[in-house]
Write a protein that binds this ligand. Structure first.
Ligand code: CA
Length: 224
């Protein structure tokens, strides 16, 4: 497994490389946004750890351009704890997860493993509900014949709901299953994801398949 770390603080980058190598990962470093973007799009990585405050291009721009290039590689963004940067914004640019600095290395490794596990679904996991289809292996999604671009985590949330189509799923069930055991952030992040999914799988198609069941959770409607 190869990980790209884009981080301009040399001591942090060096510590990440040492720690991740000790966990058995191959690690490449980039110390600015331009190099990070180039390496992310030209290289073959299983995961990218991306700082936000970077010389040249910031982490938001790098993440957005990685996604614009059509890459689904899981991106874990490192956010500053001073509140200057909005975690929802990190996710809006296409990051799959975020971690506030300073972070525990144990938590970082758990998040990395969770992201890598999600990327490694089993064959035969293709799902369809109405004319909505996903192929988690190939990280692809379609409404009818129209391809829809989803991040790894959006795909995971949608896949979880598609397996339970027609039933109400609670926020905590989604958190437990998609964010795994180490989620420590705001559960309202689920609302952010539902908004993003609606804008992608419903809005452009004039459908309303994600229903909010007030006080309970969400339901993916079987009939559109
Ligand atoms: Ca930085």
């Amino acid at each position: 497994m190869r990980i790209l770390v884009v981080e301009d603080e040399r001591t942090v980058a060096a510590a990440l490389r040492r720690g991740l190598q000790a966990e058995g990962f191959e690690v490449d470093l980039a110390d600015n946004g331009d190099d990070g973007l180039w390496m992310a799009t030209e290289g073959s990585y299983d995961l990218i750890i991306l700082d936000i405050m970077l010389p040249k291009r910031n982490g938001y721009q790098v993440c957005r351009e990685i996604r614009d290039s059509g890459s689904w590689v899981p991106v874990l963004m490192l956010t500053a704890k001073d509140g200057e940067y909005d975690e929802a914004e990190a996710l809006d640019t296409g990051a799959d997860d975020y971690l506030s600095k300073p972070f525990s290395f144990v938590v970082l490794v758990a998040r990395i493993n969770a992201l890598l596990r999600r990327g490694g679904s089993q064959p035969g996991d293709g799902l369809s509900v109405g004319d909505l289809r996903i192929d988690p292996i190939g990280h692809r999604c379609w409404r009818g014949e129209e391809p829809i671009s989803l991040t790894a985590r959006e795909m995971a949330v949608l896949g979880f709901m598609m397996r339970r189509a027609g039933s109400v799923v609670s926020k905590s069930a989604i958190l437990d299953n998609v964010w795994t055991y180490d989620f420590s952030g705001d559960p309202n992040i689920i609302e952010v994801y539902m908004g993003r999914l609606r804008r992608k799988i419903d809005g452009p198609f004039g459908t309303r398949t994600i229903t909010t069941v007030r006080g309970v959770g969400y339901r993916l409607e079987v009939e559109t």
